[in-house]
Design a protein around this ligand. Structure first.
Ligand code: AMP
Ligand code: MG
Length: 427
């Protein structure tokens, strides 16, 4: 679709590129960072594996019981009537029974206990009658081979269990521990420098003079970056003066892999970001056909990638989730993550102009019948940060869409901070 100048009837703009093209351009520019470190698995949560991990063990390493009961020989199970077996010992987790179990015999066994030699079957304690040192088993209630955890049924020796590029989860850390692996090699942390621009920005704790606002973007950005697991370098607020902006950019390029700014990317008199980037670096693109967040600048200063986000607080979050998050994942050496998008009915009628992809703020919820639906948070101005706080998803409306009627299906993407308990079905 060719983009044309926006009119009052639509929102097309020749200077903007589409969201997909912007994503592709970013993706084609990035190379995962080099540099690795060895960390203890307790410190590895959220880190990205630098190597594939193979198992040097079978898990479990020996056959063991999945139940509390009696270990028996499968051939001793009665086909008809009742079998009586003599209890000759016990096998606790950590305290195996050391002798062979012969026909007509059995061993008291507990969950995780090693299966004694000669046995291949566990009978649940609820399914036997115990009389002193004898158990009685009825025909038809049991199957030879039951309730055994077999050698290597979880992980086999030599098996690749985790791939390079994986961002480690709690389950992965446990899995590594189950294989006796104390440390892993991970990609070094990405260094991300960020600052706000604007003469109107005031510091928290100071009273606001007329025309001033508090700098919320630096706090939102800080939190989103921390959640991604990068090293954050907060460079504060820079004022709207070209030489100050230039100095700050050069300083940031010295210390970081990625520079993020907010504000100063519109075409106003005090918007020096794009101009400065052109002068001391490279601009790849500076406008994306999206709402909010059209004036998004992407480029480079020396070896550091540069993302100039718009100043409006909602635009900052939308641009971050739409572009920065996937870009940072790629730089961190992560395999492309699964991006959950759902098609659900929207119960609020929505309107927009054709020409831009919109990321409206929505609340994804279950209705009384237990079906997922989405509703709008209300006013969608890019300055209304409370809409982001209320939202748990974006409602993504394609460029050409102009209207959603109540009940029409829309695409939603849950936000990373979504509280899943909001999604639990009432029935
Ligand atoms: P700009 O892109 O600099 O023209 O800013 C667009 C709007 O976002 C203006 O209303 C700014 O006051 C506001 N804004 C810019 N930076 C911040 C910030 N760090 N925190 C909150 N609002 C901001
Ligand atoms: Mg500004």
């Amino acid at each position: 679709m060719s983009l044309k100048p926006p009119t009052c009837l639509d929102d097309y703009d020749t200077e903007s590129i589409t969201v997909d093209i912007a994503l592709e351009r970013i993706q084609n520019t990035l190379k995962p960072i080099q540099g690795y470190e060895q960390v203890a698995i307790r410190s590895a949560l959220g880190r990205v594996l630098a190597t594939d991990i193979y198992s040097a063990l079978n898990v479990p390493a020996y056959p063991n019981s999945a139940m509390d009961g009696y270990a028996v020989r499968g051939e001793d199970l009665p086909i008809v009537g009742i079998a009586s077996l003599q209890i000759i010992g016990s096998s606790f987790a950590g305290h195996p029974f050391e002798h062979e179990v012969l026909t007509g015999q059995c061993v008291r066994i507990f969950t995780g206990g090693v299966l004694p030699e000669g046995t291949d079957t566990v009978i649940m304690q609820e399914h036997v009658e115990v009389e002193g040192k004898t158990i009685r088993i009825h025909a038809g209630e049991n199957r030879a081979g039951q309730f055994i955890s077999h050698v290597g049924e979880d992980v086999k020796i030599g098996q690749r269990i985790l791939n390079r590029g994986r961002q480690l989860t709690a389950a992965d850390i446990g899995l590594l521990a189950s294989l006796g692996i104390p440390e892993v090699q991970v990609v070094r942390r990405l260094r991300v420098a960020f600052f706000s621009t604007g003469d109107e920005l005031n510091t928290l704790g100071e009273p606001l003079s007329i025309g001033q606002i508090y700098d919320s973007n630096r706090y939102t950005l800080y939190s989103m970056l921390v959640q991604l697991g990068v090293d954050v370098i907060d460079l504060g607020v820079i004022r709207d003066k070209p030489d100050v902006v230039e100095r700050a950019f050069l300083q940031a390029a010295q210390q970081s892999d990625v520079i993020i700014t907010s504000g100063g990317v519109s075409v106003g008199e005090a918007d020096f970001v794009v101009e400065t980037l052109r002068r001391i670096g490279e601009v790849n693109f500076w406008k994306v056909a999206m709402k909010p967040g059209r004036p998004l600048t992407f480029g480079r200063i020396q070896q550091a990638l540069f993302f100039g986000l718009p100043g409006n607080p909602v635009s900052v979050m939308v641009s971050f989730y739409a572009f920065l998050q996937p870009a940072l994942w790629q730089l961190m050496g992560m395999s492309p993550p699964f991006r959950l998008q759902l098609r659900v009915p929207c119960i609020t009628p929505l309107k927009k102009l054709a020409g831009r992809t919109e990321f409206q703020r929505g609340i994804l919820e279950y209705n009384a019948e237990g079906r997922l639906q989405v509703r709008s948070t209300g006013k969608q101005s890019s300055s209304i940060l409370s809409s982001m706080s209320q939202a748990n998803c974006f409602i993504i409306l394609p460029m050409e869409c102009t209207e959603v009627r109540a009940g029409d299906e829309v695409t939603v993407e849950p936000l990373p901070h979504i509280n899943m308990s909001h999604l639990i079905s009432p029935i």
